[in-house]
Write a new protein. Structure first.
Ligand SMILES: Nc1ncnc2c1ncn2[C@@H]1O[C@H](COP(=O)(O)OP(=O)(O)OP(=O)(O)O)[C@@H](O)[C@H]1O
Length: 254
């Protein structure tokens, strides 16, 4: 692991109207880290993700990806540069089958790489792309759901499909916004094991938000605590867990 950060945010600020949601947020994520951002509801975690991924513009501050400034870049450019993202509610194409969803993602990655993204999609990609779709679907336990419309998939299948689609874009950093939200405890444990396995096999750096403490401490190599839009702690999970200030505003409520 080198010390040069994959993702860095400096003095990041964001307001919605008159309400300032992020105050001078500083974040530095090293390659191979699994960083989990925790904090009470409304702390600004999703807003931070949106600013980092380019879904909303930040008002002030600088964001860099592998040393290159990305602050003003649109979301799709950041995806192209290696940021993958999943959402609290899975964003998939509901009327297409799981396999068609995957095909769109794999084809898009291939077309962006070859500069042919504007051509019409046929959903009949080359054999090697079809093989890649099959491989990713079986890696994420989606083979049985492949030919079902995405809208009727079970909750966990939808979340895994969205994750598989983001992996199809071959990201270096994957941002997961509450990846186990709405799951049963058993499904949560499976999701943690799968995320850890994917991280290791694909060599991913992870940035997550999560409320479930078993998930947090099961995945985090480093924790950042956000409270009212400010970072109040950042460090090794055991140190953050023991921090009296963190216990006061968040962890002590468990
Ligand atoms: N589009 C928006 N317009 C106005 N205010 C917003 C908007 N999005 C979020 N907010 C406000 O910004 C604050 C931070 O919200 P955000 O969703 O980032 O918090 P969070 O830490 O992700 O919360 P949760 O854990 O509940 O998902 C909240 O007070 C929220 O009401």
């Amino acid at each position: 692991m080198t010390d040069a950060p994959i993702l860095e945010a400096k003095a990041l600020c964001k307001s919605y109207g008159l309400v300032q949601v992020l105050h001078d947020v500083e974040l530095s994520i090293a390659p191979g880290e699994s960083r989990v951002v925790i904090g009470p509801n409304g702390a600004g975690k999703t807003t931070l993700f949106k600013c980092l991924s380019g879904e909303v513009p930040s008002d002030k501050g600088v964001i860099s990806l592998e040393g290159r400034e990305i602050t003003g870049l649109r979301g799709w450019r950041r995806v192209q540069m290696g940021i993958g993202r999943t959402f609290q509610v899975a964003r998939i194409f509901p009327e297409m089958t799981a396999r068609e969803n995957m095909t769109v993602a794999v084809e898009m990655r291939d077309r962006l790489a070859r500069g042919t993204a504007r051509r019409l999609f046929s959903l009949a990609p080359a054999a090697e792309l079809r093989a890649e779709v099959d491989e990713l679907m079986s890696e994420l336990d989606l083979a049985a759901a492949a030919d079902r419309p995405a809208r009727i998939l079970a909750h966990g299948d939808k979340k895994r499909l969205e994750l598989a689609m983001s992996l199809a874009l071959r990201p270096t950093l994957v941002m997961l916004d509450e990846p186990t939200a709405g799951m049963s405890p058993a499904d949560r444990a499976d999701a943690v094991a799968m995320i850890a396995r994917l991280r290791d096999t694909h060599g991913l750096t992870l940035l997550l938000t999560e409320h479930d403490m078993e998930v947090v401490f099961g995945l985090a190599t480093r924790l950042t605590v956000l409270h009212q839009g400010r970072i109040i702690a950042d460090g090794a999970p055991a140190d953050v867990r023991a921090d009296p200030n963190v216990r006061e505003v968040y962890l002590g409520h468990d």
